[in-house]
Design a protein around this ligand. Sequence first.
Ligand code: UDP
Ligand code: MG
Length: 155
Amino acid sequence: MEQTLVILKPSCVLRGLIGEVIGRIEKRGIIITAMKMMQLDEKILREHYAHLVDKPFFPDLCASMMATPVICMVLKGIDIVSVFRTMVGATNGRKAAPGTLRGDLCMSGQANIVHASDSPENAIIEINRFFKPEELTDYVPSDLSFLYANDELNP
Ligand code: UDP
Ligand code: MG
């Protein structure tokens, strides 16, 4: 089953939204297979945001991502990368649709509370960037029949 890397950013931690976001993930029927708190540094952020290092806002983005420890999670589910990106909403919280995490919980294009991988290929790279192999689990509930139909689980 597909996995994705999620980061609850300092804007989520500082605003007391950790429980709200994790609660929505659980209620959706998404499986959490790994989770930890960690302090990011500029080295990992330059890798993680390599597509943005030349942008004028990059120093501020780095500072905002290092303001507190973050919570890194691995989520598992069918089509989880696209499902969770849809749940997260547009990058700018002011433009994100109501019902999405960003559209309901933030007003910023930078302090937008959540990171989510944008493709299955990047998800694998990002999971390995933020987690050591021994921190990952293969956990899946023993009975998935309340989450998915048989033909979804065994196409
Ligand atoms: N960001 C920013 N200003 C911008 C665009 C992006 O500060 O104009 C920050 C924002 O926190 C965003 C992160 O850089 O979440 C990564 O940008 P990306 O375009 O990958 O957006 P995302 O995938 O997070 O929606
Ligand atoms: Mg992105």
